[in-house]
Design a protein around this ligand. Structure first.
Ligand SMILES: Cc1cc2nc3c(=O)[nH]c(=O)nc-3n(C[C@H](O)[C@H](O)[C@H](O)COP(=O)(O)OP(=O)(O)OC[C@H]3O[C@@H](n4cnc5c(N)ncnc54)[C@H](O)[C@@H]3O)c2cc1C
Length: 317
């Protein structure tokens, strides 16, 4: 068995990649198949995800559109469908700012293709990134819509938005390597998107996992203490039983004996406003210590990157 400390990483390098590359990089975390990433692997990966309906992977890329409209009635028509998982603001009287993930825009196009603003956005996005809309295009294609002009906002322009808009329209992905108790708490934050290493697919007896289970070092017990020795004994025994079960059972069956201390990886993707909410709940003294071990340094890192949004956030003593 291997014992490692918990850690996190803000996945900023993915912000510079194409949406397809980003989606593949995040999606492969579930199967721990990152070794299969190569030049040209993103497109078939995305198509496979669409085909198999593993749609949460398509939530891992968000984009922001500047939408200029000639008529106010377009907004009323759009709002009448109560668009879900979309951030909408007004930059000027007839200029909107609309952000969402690929999944949100896909489902808008799929379910509300008769709404003019949706048609305009779907046509624009399908032309920009046909890979994400190949299965949704109407027979005659998406026709251009009069009275609507769209531009995708480059990330640098999103980053230059005033704090209130930045908080809603800028999304950040963070990968946590932690125990499963921490990830169980993280997934309670409903506005986020998540992808997590799957114990159903990962077979820890395989060479790629070192033929062993990895556990997260518990911060509750000092190394060398009697409590730490007891914890080690429990983990060693669990590993033995898990590996024994795998001789005759599938990983999804064998995982039933795995404990909270098991190492897992999760990507949490959310806008800055939701990160602020998470940090307000998950850094104070009443939060779980293994969670605070990660969220306190994360709060510091986000403060440095987005001071206008996080500067007022004060860590509990
Ligand atoms: C110290 C601590 C102890 C906890 N103990 C327990 C426990 O014992 N048992 C337990 O089950 N959970 C527990 N939790 C989890 C807690 O109940 C919440 O599920 C979790 O913190 C998610 O936070 P949230 O609901 O505020 O916001 P999120 O899910 O992060 O949502 C963000 C915002 O979205 C809005 N929102 C999202 N979904 C809805 C909705 N369906 N309806 C209305 N508004 C919505 C709200 O405005 C909310 O503020 C604990 C959390 C903490 C921090």
């Amino acid at each position: 068995m291997l014992v490692i400390p918990a850690s996190f990483q803000i996945l900023e390098e993915l912000d510079q990649q194409s949406m397809a590359v980003r989606i593949e990089a995040c999606g492969r975390l579930c199967y721990k198949s990152e070794d299969k990433i190569s030049e040209g692997s993103a497109e078939p990966f995305v198509k496979g995800i669409v085909k198999h309906g593993h749609n949460s992977v398509l939530e891992m890329a968000a984009l922001t559109l500047r939408v200029e409209i000639d008529s106010e009635s377009l907004v009323a028509q759009f709002l009448s469908i109560i668009p879900k998982y979309i951030q909408l603001d007004r930059l000027e009287k007839k200029t909107l700012l609309i952000s969402g993930t690929i999944r949100a825009f896909r489902e808008l196009a799929r379910d509300h293709g008769k709404i003019k603003l949706v048609k305009a956005m779907a046509g624009y996005l399908a032309e920009m990134s046909p890979l994400f809309f190949f299965d949704l295009a109407p027979k005659r294609g998406w026709l251009p819509q009069d009275g609507v002009r769209l531009t995708r906002l480059p990330l640098a322009e999103v980053d230059a938005l005033p704090a209130d808009l930045l908080a809603k329209h800028r999304h950040i992905a963070v990968r946590f390597i932690s125990n499963r108790a921490v990830t169980h708490e993280l997934v309670r934050h409903r506005p986020c998107s998540f992808l997590q290493e799957s114990q159903r697919y990962c077979r820890y007896a395989d060479d790629k996992f070192g033929n062993e289970i990895t556990f997260i070092k518990p911060l509750f017990f000092a190394e060398g203490s009697e409590e730490y020795r007891l914890w080690q004994r429990a983990m060693a025994e669990t590993e033995k039983i898990y590996l024994e079960l795998l001789k005759t059972s599938s990983p999804q069956a064998a995982r039933t004996v795995l404990p909270n201390s098991c190492k897992t990886e999760i990507i949490v993707f959310a806008n800055l406003l939701e990160w602020l909410h998470i940090l307000r709940l998950r850094t104070p003294k009443n939060a779980e210590p293994s969670m605070r071990e990660l969220t306190i340094p994360l709060a510091q890192a986000l403060k440095e990157r987005f001071p206008s949004v996080f500067n007022e956030f004060v860590l509990a003593e």
